[in-house]
Design a protein around this ligand. Structure first.
Ligand code: NAD
Length: 299
């Protein structure tokens, strides 16, 4: 049995911590939210009174926090000064590459093994233990990281050294944001041209317009029953979260001097949809923008 400290028990961390507890690990959980902590305890975790209390005797420390500033603060103030010597530190939050590398450098200098290990798969994947992990760590440490991640994952891939996991995450989500917008534009155009959206789906899903956004997550209600478009775009992956990831991609591109004009357009369009009130809707709801509706209004 491994003793795991889990910090950040929100939409994602709650399910992930529960899956660690289910495999018989002792999970010392902490969150600033008492409600989140209570849910984790009901799912088999032990409540820690603070992040410091959680990490003190843990073999592995997992963080699932909102953004880079939270990860930097928790590492500098609580984890690094108090974690057990030799502990394995894994940050699963989606954060900027620079923060991931800065935290990795501090952790390594303090004698810890560190991995950035952001995830794909959403809340449903967190609850089912089927997330995809993209890992940035030293090659020698990867087997240990993979072992700790096991109960939460469907697939774990080492992207490269520190920061590479975050780089993979934001590049992947930039493709996702841009393909979703292109798919939504095409549905809106098909509708205007008098082409039945269902027929367009049938044809494009077997032609070169095919993508994950179309065939696994179709923004037009109907063709893909499990997609959030069939639940009025509730749940799924929120527009505000997609916007956060697209902003991270643009910041990284500006710092690296990379040309990402479609990524920039995608960020601008999701920012607009967020301003119009779509921030809480699944990101495929941006279809409404191209059809000329305010978010949440029916045709
Ligand atoms: P969330 O807001 O539901 O959860 C974050 C939790 O962190 C909250 O419960 C909050 O109280 C806690 N927290 C904040 N500061 C803390 C601190 N100092 N100490 C202890 N707890 C603290 O967010 P989420 O949806 O679980 O997302 C977490 C991370 O996962 C984000 O980086 C997000 O981008 C990423 N992510 C989310 C999804 C998704 O579909 N929700 C998918 C992939 C990745």
């Amino acid at each position: 049995m491994t003793r795991i400290a889990f910090i950040g028990l929100g939409n994602m961390g709650g399910g992930m911590a529960a899956n660690q507890a289910k495999t018989g690990h002792e999970v010392l959980a902490f969150d600033l939210s008492a409600t989140a902590l209570e849910k984790a305890v009901a799912a088999g975790c032990q409540a820690a009174g603070s992040a410091v209390a959680a990490v003190r005797d843990a073999d592995a420390v997992i963080t699932m926090l909102p953004a880079g500033q939270h990860v930097r603060a928790v590492y500098a103030g609580e984890i690094l000064p108090n974690a057990k010597a030799g502990a394995l530190l894994i940050d699963c939050s989606t954060i900027d590459v620079e923060s991931a590398r800065a935290v990795a450098a501090q952790a390594t200098a303090a004698g810890f093994r560190f991995a950035d290990a952001p995830v794909s798969g959403g809340q449903a994947g967190a609850e089912a233990g089927t997330l995809a992990f993209m890992v940035g760590c030293d090659e020698a440490n990867f087997p240990a990281v993979e072992g700790v991640i096991g109960p939460m994952s469907r697939i774990t891939i080492r992207a490269g050294d520190h920061g590479a996991g975050q780089a993979a995450k934001i590049c992947n989500n930039m493709v996702l944001g841009a393909t979703m917008i292109a798919t939504c534009e095409a549905f809106a155009l098909a509708e205007k041209l008098g082409l039945a959206p269902e027929r367009f789906f049938e044809i494009a899903s077997k032609s070169s317009g095919q993508s994950w956004s179309l065939t696994s997550y179709c923004p037009w209600p109907g063709p893909v029953p499990a997609a959030p478009s069939n639940r009025n775009y509730e749940g799924g992956f929120a527009t505000a979260m997609m916007l956060k990831d697209l902003k991270l991609a643009q910041e990284a591109a500006a710092k690296a001097g990379a040309a990402t004009p479609l990524g920039a357009q995608a960020e601008g369009l999701y920012a607009l949809f967020d301003r119009l009130g779509g921030g809480g809707k699944d990101f495929s709801a941006i279809l409404e923008l191209f059809r000329g509706f305010a978010p949440g209004k029916d045709a």
